[in-house]
Unconditional design. Structure first.
Lengths: 345, 198
């Protein structure tokens, strides 16, 4: 009897210890980099198809701004941008799949907000793309400011924050508008294209993409004003600080590279530079890469294989793409925008 | 005392500018292909990137300031509240790019062109003087920058917008340079930004 109770107690203690260890392991998982290295590739959760950001071609080759960011992380780790595997995720499953370790990074036009960080045990390391609600109008209206939209008939998707932001903006500026709303985005586009309204509001990046599908894209302009905050950021699991730092500094390396004038074309020249801030970034001075758990030339790898922030922007959504989205807020802080990276030193 | 220090700084700055300009000229780049006498086609369609448009642009400079980004080939006219009117431009070729802060000191419609001696030395085929008109490389308007040989001007070669080909001037298509000319007075502050050097 005594031995049975003793055995039971020991068994319970062991079971409890194993359970506690398992919970700790799950909650305090700090092994993403190790697993990624062993696997030999970065697993990236991306949008199932969003022009300019993440879209597969007929052969399953992915391209886009979010896709290139993941390739940059792969380049930093493996010196090979093709060591990134893309896993398309729907909006409602994306955070869960990140928590379940189906992916290492979510690079999927996700807006950084407080509740997403607190409710999901996730972390948004840095803003990759400043998006926000904007307006498209027919060129013939000859308007160049959102403040001139008083009295407009505005097409908007129902049950979205877009619609709420619209109401706030017009009320704050003492302007009136007539709202024409639909549940489905396709219907909103069709209504605008057939002239049922004279203004279309949505997130600016989406307006540029949707404009391509209008019957006469060139007859429409997107106003420069942005009326809401939609900071799009990569996402990682909380409490794996080493991995989070790699993702964060990959983006900052790309932004710093643009600010310093280092591109995929002149990276070899940059490796010979004697300018201290260039030397720290490309790894000819200091041990910043090693401190991240990577190699000295981690940032040079990113720039060589994927490019600096501006190159990635232009190629996917900017002047070198079909979308032609002006840099706007995503221009460097020193050149009219708000993209600003802390220094590498 | 303060005046003396000012004076010294100005001399140092002038010497610096003179030095950088002379270094630039020393590089002997290839022929930029100016075509005096060529009358441009009307309504040349620019790339969307280089068409005049209102863009988001945050700046602590007051409205009315011109900021030129040579790396981007854009000229911004600051409008305030986070916006600027952006024009596509052609800029100086390698060795003919400069940065600094100047004011518009003079404005002229259909300006005459007297290529400076340095330019004649490099491009001996250029005329010594050319009266203003549609075939003039300065185009429809010119805005003179400080006391330098540089100007913001129109062009008779609209296809060169977006390229780095000039001798250090900034060129816009004639429609744009006329638009800009009507918006800015003499005295307008002009900031020229250059891409950083490695």
């Amino acid at each position: 009897m005594r031995t049975f109770r003793g055995g039971l107690l020991i068994g319970l203690v062991i079971a409890f210890a194993v359970a506690a260890a398992a919970v700790t392991y799950e909650r305090y998982d700090t092994r993403t980099l190790k697993r990624t290295l062993r696997r030999g590739e970065v697993l990236c959760g991306v949008n199932t198809g969003l022009p300019g950001f993440s879209i597969p071609d007929g052969n399953g080759n992915w391209s886009g701004f979010d896709v290139d960011f993941c390739r940059a992380v792969a380049a930093a780790i493996f010196d090979d941008p093709t060591k990134a595997k893309f896993i398309p995720l729907d909006t409602d499953e994306r955070f869960k799949e990140l928590q379940n370790r189906k992916v290492d990074i979510l690079s999927r036009n996700s807006t950084w907000s407080m509740s997403r960080e607190t409710n999901y045990d996730l972390y948004f390391p840095a803003v990759a793309y400043y998006d926000g609600e904007g307006f498209m109008v027919p060129r013939s209206r000859n308007i160049d400011s959102a403040l001139a939209l008083d009295g407009s008939k505005i097409c908007v998707q129902d049950n979205t924050t877009t619609r709420l932001n619209l109401a706030d903006y017009f009320r704050a500026n003492n302007m009136k508008y007539e709202e024409i709303k639909f549940d489905r985005l396709d219907d909103v586009v069709k209504a605008y294209d057939t002239g049922k309204c004279d203004t279309f509001t949505s997130d600016a990046s989406q307006l540029y993409a949707l404009r391509l599908n209008l019957s006469k894209p060139d007859d429409h302009v997107i106003l420069p004003d942005i009326i809401s905050k939609e900071p799009l950021a990569p996402v990682v699991r909380e409490r794996d600080d080493d991995w989070m730092l790699i993702v964060k500094w990959t983006l900052y390396a790309m932004i710093n590279a643009e600010e310093l004038g280092i591109t995929s074309k002149n990276i070899d020249e940059a490796l010979k530079s004697k300018k201290p801030d260039v030397m720290r970034l490309v790894g000819t001075e200091g041990s910043y890469g090693e401190d991240l758990g990577l190699t000295k030339d981690w940032a040079a790898r990113i720039i060589r294989h994927v490019g600096n922030y501006g190159e990635v922007y232009d190629r996917n959504v900017g002047s070198g793409s079909k979308l032609h989205i002006p840099r706007g807020l995503n221009q460097l802080w020193s050149n009219g925008g708000i993209q600003y990276a802390p220094p590498i030193r | 005392m303060i005046k003396l220090r000012h004076l010294i700084w100005m001399i140092v700055a002038a010497a610096g500018l003179a030095l950088s300009v002379s270094q630039s000229f020393a590089q002997q780049p290839e022929d930029p292909g100016d075509q005096p006498g060529l009358v441009p086609e009307e309504n040349v369609e620019l790339d969307p990137e280089f068409r005049k448009q209102m863009v988001s642009y945050r700046s602590t400079e007051p409205p009315g300031t011109i900021i030129i980004s040579t790396a981007e080939r854009h000229l911004y006219l600051i409008q305030g509240s986070g916006r600027a009117l952006r024009y596509g431009i052609g800029v100086g070729r390698d060795g003919f790019q400069w940065q600094g802060l100047l004011n518009i000191t003079r404005k002229a419609e259909w300006p005459d062109w007297t290529p400076p001696p340095e330019m004649i030395a490099r491009q001996p085929y250029l005329p010594r003087f050319m009266a203003g008109g549609p075939g003039n490389p300065l185009g429809a308007r010119a805005m003179y920058l400080g006391t330098t040989v540089y100007r913001i001007h129109g062009t008779n070669q609209p296809e060169t917008i977006g390229t780095a080909i000039s001798s250090g001037c900034f060129r816009l298509v004639n429609a744009d340079v006329i638009d800009l000319y009507d918006r800015i007075p003499v005295g307008t502050k002009v900031i020229v930004k250059q891409k950083p050097e490695l």
